[in-house]
Design a protein around this ligand. Sequence first.
Ligand SMILES: [Zn+2]
Ligand SMILES: [Zn+2]
Length: 133
Amino acid sequence: MSELQASCLCGGVHLSFPDAFLYMGNCHCSECRKFTGADYSSVGGIEAEKVTVTAGQDHLRYYDKSAETVLAFCGHCGSSLFSHKVNRGIFNIRLGILDSTPQHTPDFHIHTASKAPWHTPNEALKQFEHGPD
Ligand SMILES: [Zn+2]
Ligand SMILES: [Zn+2]
């Protein structure tokens, strides 16, 4: 199985993990929109223990969004890197930081009930008004 590489804007933080996302989707919740600064956040979920920080461990910063979600970002350039679902042991990797191409593509939208009013989600994908949690 090939390894995917990912990095932040300044190149300080590098991550590596197998091309084995459990799911890939687009989250339209207002918190993801705030954190990423984008209309929505595309993420791929993978078991936390499969992700290796290959460079820049000292740049990693964390924001405790809730008891079960910790958001990781680069303390130097501010790039949003992943959200850690602590109770499930999952990292939701922000797909925008990928430097290589995964074998699959996002296939659903979640939290479309709180999507940006100016944004029209790709209607080819399944839509859920709320999230899985
Ligand atoms: Zn950075
Ligand atoms: Zn979200």
